[in-house]
Design a protein around this ligand. Structure first.
Ligand SMILES: [Zn+2]
Length: 99
């Protein structure tokens, strides 16, 4: 699988939304900080904590959330967001959409 196909797969996992805040991302603005809908690959389990670069550990996230999360794992970052009263995106069991 080439790099672009990997990015497509990661982007599509969350319907093209940031896995944390649910913001709509723009596929062509991968890695383009400052652009509308710019995004990065996010390691669900951080590399510092033994996370891998396998597809199942990678998700799309906006720059803001990725930097806010920094070295922590996704689960603890989501807990922190909840505590702060921020939206935590997830797939709706009702609509099937990631939001
Ligand atoms: Zn976000």
């Amino acid at each position: 699988m080439d790099q672009e196909a990997r990015l497509d797969a990661i982007f599509n996992k969350t319907d093209g939304r940031c896995r944390f805040c649910g913001k709509q991302l723009c596929r062509s603005n991968y890695g383009k900080r400052g652009r509308r809908g710019a995004w990065v690959q996010e390691h669900s389990r951080s590399v510092a904590n033994g996370g891998t670069t396998h597809l199942n550990n990678l998700f799309a996230a906006c720059y803001e959330c990725n930097e806010d999360k920094s070295g922590t794992n996704a689960a603890s970052y989501k807990r922190r967001r909840r505590k702060q009263g921020k939206h935590v995106a997830k797939r709706s069991w009702w609509t099937g959409r990631y939001q």
